[in-house]
Ligand binder design. Structure first.
Ligand code: GSH
Length: 207
């Protein structure tokens, strides 16, 4: 099964796609990439709807399997390519790593997605209102994450120890979204620390 071709459908502006691409690069997995341009609405095309009824990115095809949800995709990749583990070895470590990652993926990122912004726009919100909406949820996510990290960064460079893992990937992708929306990371000391280290690692930087 691991020999089957991997194809990732994503968009270069998509934070959820970014998570999966970072994981693929850290694990040095080769894959084909198909760009689905969210700006052009290509995720609503009938051909893409046939692949993902939810019309969301990313989507991974592996052999006959079609997977959605960035977190599940990364966990799947982690299981079929176990070298360079993206989860801690202890049970509590794994639980914390998943919990921290889910904070972004389930609680905060959905609030600033295109489908939500499209609805807000229908309620006559201005561009300025929308920007403030996005910034407020990005800042709230960073505030919570920074607090959660304050107890953990005493001896380590990354969220879960000495190597970048799922939690760092999700944090980094959220930081990239924040920066694109003009949110400075400077006041989030723990996050800035990890972000700057990750930024020196090629797998994290877009490419
Ligand atoms: N929980 C999903 C979120 C997927 C998602 O919302 N992706 C965005 C791009 S970052 C998307 O496809 N947006 C299209 C839309 O909101 O209509 C995941 O982590 O994969």
């Amino acid at each position: 099964m691991t020999e089957s071709k991997l194809t990732l459908y994503g968009c270069k502006t998509s934070s959820a796609t970014n998570r999966v691409r970072i994981a693929l690069r850290i694990k040095n997995i080769s894959y084909d990439y198909i760009e689905i341009d969210l700006n052009k609405g290509e995720h609503h095309s009938s051909s893409f709807s046939k692949l993902n009824i939810q019309n969301k990115l990313p989507l991974l095809r592996h052999g006959f399997e079609t997977l959605t949800q960035s977190l599940s995709i990364i966990e799947y990749l982690n299981e079929i390519y176990p070298a360079v583990d993206l989860l801690p070895s202890s049970i509590t470590g794994r639980a914390w790593c998943r919990s921290f990652s889910t904070l972004f993926v389930a609680d905060y990122h959905p609030l600033i997605t295109r489908r939500v912004i499209d609805i807000l726009t229908k309620f006559s919100l201005t561009d300025k209102d929308i920007k403030e909406w996005k910034q407020q949820w990005l800042m709230e996510s960073l505030r919570v994450a920074d607090e959660m990290l304050s107890l953990r960064l005493k001896q380590h460079n990354f969220c879960c120890g000495d190597n970048p893992m799922l939690a760092d990937i999700c944090l980094y992708a959220q930081c990239e979204s924040a920066r694109k929306q003009g949110v400075s990371l400077e006041s989030y000391k723990n996050i800035s620390y990890i972000y700057n280290i990750c930024n020196q690692i090629e797998s994290f930087r877009e490419g």
